[in-house]
Design a protein around this ligand. Structure first.
Ligand SMILES: *Cc1c(COP(=O)(O)O)cnc(C)c1O
Length: 439
């Protein structure tokens, strides 16, 4: 390590997070790359152990949390255990999310399943919000019960229903905020207060942990841990990646869960590919603040355009004063510097396009017109990408949720989810207008 540079450097905390996201943690013990501008990419499935003693030491030290990783370089053994590119990304993500530690995974689903599985054993219960990302719903409903972990689905914003759903067996309270796709928010601090009240009478090993999916807001726009969540989970495939080239997932939380998660990841095997870790580290995180602040501005213009359009019924955007949780949005969705960050997602319904069940022909016509003719709006799932994406959440990303549950929670078959990209907002609005003119 170059000691001159160390001396010159101000304390990390004196720099703004936006700057830190670009420069990262170059004094990492994960790898000495002091003579590089970017961390070099490592693509080695296994590592030279040099002596029997060092090999044995490596296995002994793996997942040993009494060893301070900021003071001592790990002995790398095998990619599935630990690897430097991933390790550096984890340090930077933990910092961005205001968490003590971060572990990355192959994708968002691998991260979500890891978080829930280290917190629950056979016989335990999860209480989750009724609307979640479709694969999360399927994981909790189809797979976790095979391990004896049951999920109770409630509207977590209904305090009475939530209290009733929680039992002695509950170990996890799980929700997204903003909720995908309706952009309803959940007050994390209020849930913390309620869970603390319940936890007061429980021994440590029976305590309920709050797990929040932060995919929509990204750490630039919201840090659930700052509001009282125990864990923040997210898909790195979306806003963190931003360029749509790689998949990844992360769990951010207290240091006391680090070794458990590490061993879980070693044995279940959903490790993040080091090449993907490298792209998040070199492209994703450093461009996050610039991308996202511009996407938020653009989303504001596009949402206003939609709101004023006679062919549109309802437009939901947390940045609108008429959003029923606008005050909460302002409090909870903020950049590291405290600026309001209502996100880049818009949810809207076309006028006269409400029918009971199925797809309204008008909606289908609108979506197909966009898919065929729009230059800057792409019909595709995923979000947080620099290109604007549109989808019908009811029939696509949320297809696995039962109809009655979706309708109860305000999901319309005809509603459209828009992830606003980095294009000029006039072009996005014009592509939307041309499609609206055709229905
Ligand atoms: C995409 C997504 C996930 C899953 O992430 P993958 O990287 O696709 O596995 C989880 N939660 C939300 C809210 C998502 O949008």
């Amino acid at each position: 390590m170059n000691t001159d540079k160390m001396k010159r450097k101000k304390n990390k905390e004196q720099y703004r997070v936006r700057t830190h996201l670009i420069h990262g943690n170059y004094e990492s013990k994960k790898w000495d790359y002091d003579h590089h501008i970017n961390p070099p990419i490592s693509t080695s499935a296994m590592y030279r152990l040099s002596s029997a003693n060092r090999g044995a030491q490596g296995f002994l030290e793996f997942a040993d949390d009494t060893i301070d990783g900021t003071k001592q370089s790990p002995i790398y053994i095998y990619d599935r255990l630990e690897e430097p590119s991933r390790g550096m990304l984890e340090e930077n993500l933990a910092y961005a999310e205001s968490g003590e530690m971060c572990l990355t995974f192959a994708n968002g689903m691998a991260a979500i399943s890891a978080a829930v599985c280290v917190l629950c054993e056979q016989g335990h219960e999860v209480v989750a919000h009724e609307i979640t990302y479709g694969c999360t719903y399927s994981l909790f409903n189809n797979w976790l019960p095979r391990f004896g972990i049951q999920t109770k689905w409630v509207d977590v914003n209904d305090e009475e229903a939530l209290r009733q759903a929680i039992t002695d067996k509950t170990r996890v309270l799980y929700f997204e905020t903003p909720i995908n796709p309706t952009l309803t928010l959940v007050d994390i601090a209020a849930k913390r207060k309620m869970v603390d009240e319940i936890n007061k009478n429980r021994p440590e090993e029976h305590q309920i942990k709050i797990v929040v999916d932060n995919t929509f807001a990204t750490p630039y726009g919201q840090r659930p841990i700052e509001h009282g969540a125990d864990f923040s989970v997210q898909s790195l495939t979306k806003g963190i990646s931003g360029f749509g080239t790689d998949m990844g997932g992360a769990v951010i939380g207290p240091h006391s869960y680090h070794s458990k998660l590490l061993v879980y990841r070693k044995d279940f095997g959903g490790v993040l590919n080091p090449r993907s870790a490298w792209t998040f580290l070199v492209y994703g995180l450093p461009s996050l603040a610039t991308r996202f602040s511009n996407q938020i501005k653009t989303a504001q213009y596009v949402a206003k355009f939609l709101r004023g359009n006679p062919k549109i019924d309802e437009v939901t955007f947390p940045g609108f004063e008429e959003h029923p949780q606008y005050e909460l949005a302002k409090r909870q969705m903020q950049t590291h510097e405290g600026k309001f960050a209502p996100g880049n997602m818009i949810y809207f319904t076309l006028k006269d396009a409400k029918i009971e069940g199925g797809q309204h022909p008008k909606v289908e016509k609108f979506i197909d017109y966009v898919a065929d003719h729009a230059y800057c709006i792409t019909l595709a799932v995923s979000l947080g990408y620099m290109k604007t994406l549109m989808e019908n959440a009811y029939s696509m990303t949320h297809a696995s949720l039962p109809d009655e549950e979706k309708r109860k929670m305000g999901m319309e078959p005809g509603a459209i989810r828009l992830s606003v990209g980095l294009e000029d907002w006039h072009d996005i609005a014009e592509d939307l207008q041309v499609a609206l003119d055709h229905i």
